[in-house]
Design a protein around this ligand. Structure first.
Ligand SMILES: Nc1ncnc2c1ncn2[C@@H]1O[C@H](COP(=O)(O)OP(=O)(O)OP(=O)(O)O)[C@@H](O)[C@H]1O
Ligand SMILES: [Mg+2]
Length: 465
């Protein structure tokens, strides 16, 4: 139900309009006096205003202008007995949503009102998107090591071109969305909010209408027109997160938008043209998906115009001190407390960890340390249980993997099993054979550790001293 303000000096007109609106499920607020209208708009925030053109105190055009000045998003519908082309044109030029010519049928005005109400909702939705975008702090890309410098350079180049499609790939938590935000905010499109859609979150049929919108009545449940993300992103950037998850049917439609920047809403036949930069992200190897027939090759090439590959954190541990500094400063600012620091031994430990959750995991560890430590220094002892459960450094894994490829014989079993053996031995050695401490650090129960050690002994790997 929407609230509609009706302004007309004729009692009969106000009454019959109120009735027609009530039948359509809306609530009418009425006044005979146009000079009262602005106050009523302020008070009731109506979804639209219907006003007569000819009224004694103030004519509809003047009222239209006043409403437009104060509430530019409130649609105004004019009623006129003298619908000459020129008044109609003038009204529309001054920002009227539409006009109806008297006498009119109830149905006629109901249709126009529905459209106006719908329009108002879309505007509000857009504003919510905008407000959301403004509320989040500006994104920064921290990291001064070689890999990040290259990414920064790529971002500078791609931000300068305002339409090139970008494909950002990288493991989960490497900062793909972050990079997309930075590209958008450095580009000529920064004045508009970036629109995002997580493609993995929706089933195929919903995804399509989310992307392209749908007309009223396009399918059961489509009780109103809805703009899709492409339309909402007009003049802006559209981030398609986890693009690999799009079904093949929607892939074909996406291909067309990328080629022609044109599409139709679901259930519609009017071609919509949009000016959008698309940024897609993926944490899968899309080329593999192409080979497996899960992703269209032509779409891949359309997306991969400018590729940006975010290296995993384990390959850029040089950035760790700066990243920690960044996160700890942000936490301190948020909590209104002095900034904490990791002691050197803790930083050392962080640099040896292999970071399966990448930057997001680091962010979490910073947060957790601040919560659990009271002093200014964040100690190695505090963080070691969290990161030692895996306990093997990236280089160790790398050396090991290379060794396996080169044919270095394992003791039997797969790569993971061998890694586990080495990890257990390492942690056990660190704790001088103390089983309880070892099991805690490994994050497994004492009994499980006992079983694993027995197996190692049986295999002759472990010799009890
Ligand atoms: N270089 C960086 N500088 C500062 N913050 C970063 C950086 N990289 C990532 N972050 C932060 O780490 C967190 C994870 O980043 P983001 O969400 O962009 O990762 P993602 O690659 O999109 O992850 P997923 O694949 O899980 O969606 C965010 O809070 C982000 O702000
Ligand atoms: Mg993401």
């Amino acid at each position: 139900m929407a609230t509609i303000l009706v302004v007309d000096d004729k009692d009969m007109m106000r009454d019959s309009l109120s009735l027609a609106l009530a039948r359509a499920g809306h609530k009418a607020v009425t006044t005979a006096d146009p000079s009262e209208a602005l106050g009523l708009v302020r008070q009731h925030r109506p979804s639209c205003v219907i006003t007569d053109l000819k009224m004694p105190k103030m004519d509809g055009i003047e009222l239209l202008q006043r409403i437009r000045a104060e509430h530019p998003d409130t649609p105004v519908i004019l009623m006129t007995a003298f619908a000459t082309i020129s008044t109609a044109v003038q009204a529309i030029r001054l920002g009227a949503f539409d006009y109806v010519q008297k006498p009119f049928e109830a149905e006629e005005i109901q249709v126009v009102v529905e459209r106006a109400v719908e329009h108002g909702k879309l505007v509000a939705e857009n504003q919510a998107f905008r407000a959301n975008a403004e509320a989040t702090p500006p994104k920064v890309l921290v990291g001064d090591g070689r890999p990040m410098q290259e990414v920064q350079e790529r971002i500078r180049q791609v931000a300068a071109s305002s339409s090139a499609t970008v494909l950002i790939s990288g493991e989960s938590g490497t900062g793909k969305e972050n990079v997309a935000q930075v590209i958008h905010s450095q580009s000529a499109r920064a004045g508009h909010p970036m629109i995002c859609l997580n493609c993995a979150a929706l089933p195929a049929n919903l995804l399509e209408s989310e992307l392209f919108g749908h007309e009223k009545g396009a399918f059961t449940g489509a009780d109103k027109l809805r703009k899709g993300r492409f339309e909402l992103a007009d003049h802006s950037t559209l981030l398609l997160d986890e693009i690999s998850e799009i079904d093949l049917g929607t892939q074909a439609k996406l291909l067309r938008v990328l080629q022609e920047r044109a599409f139709e809403r679901v259930g519609g036949n009017v071609t919509q043209n949009v000016d959008v930069r698309v940024i897609a992200t993926t944490n899968r190897n899309l080329l593999d998906w192409v080979k497996q027939g899960k992703f269209r090759e032509d779409l891949f090439y359309r997306l991969n115009v400018v590729p940006i590959v975010l290296p995993p954190l384990r390959d850029r541990v040089v950035d760790l001190p700066l990243l920690c500094e960044h996160f700890l400063a942000r936490i301190a600012a948020r909590d209104g407390r002095p900034q904490r620091r990791f002691e050197p031994a803790a930083l050392d430990l962080l640099q040896k960890y292999h970071w399966p959750g990448n930057v997001r995991e680091l962010e979490n560890i910073c947060e957790r340390s601040v919560v659990l430590e009271n002093g200014e220094m964040l100690r190695a002892a505090t963080i070691s249980p969290w990161i030692a459960t895996i306990g093997v450094s990236a280089p160790a894994i790398h050396d090991f993997a290379v060794g396996m490829q080169a044919g270095e014989a394992g003791i039997g079993g797969g790569v993971l099993e061998e890694l586990e053996r080495r990890t257990i031995l390492k942690v056990l050695e660190k704790h001088n054979g103390h089983r309880l401490r070892t099991s805690r650090e490994l994050g497994i129960g004492l009994r499980t550790l006992g079983m694993k050690l027995k197996k190692l002994k049986d295999e002759g790997v472990l010799v009890e001293s």
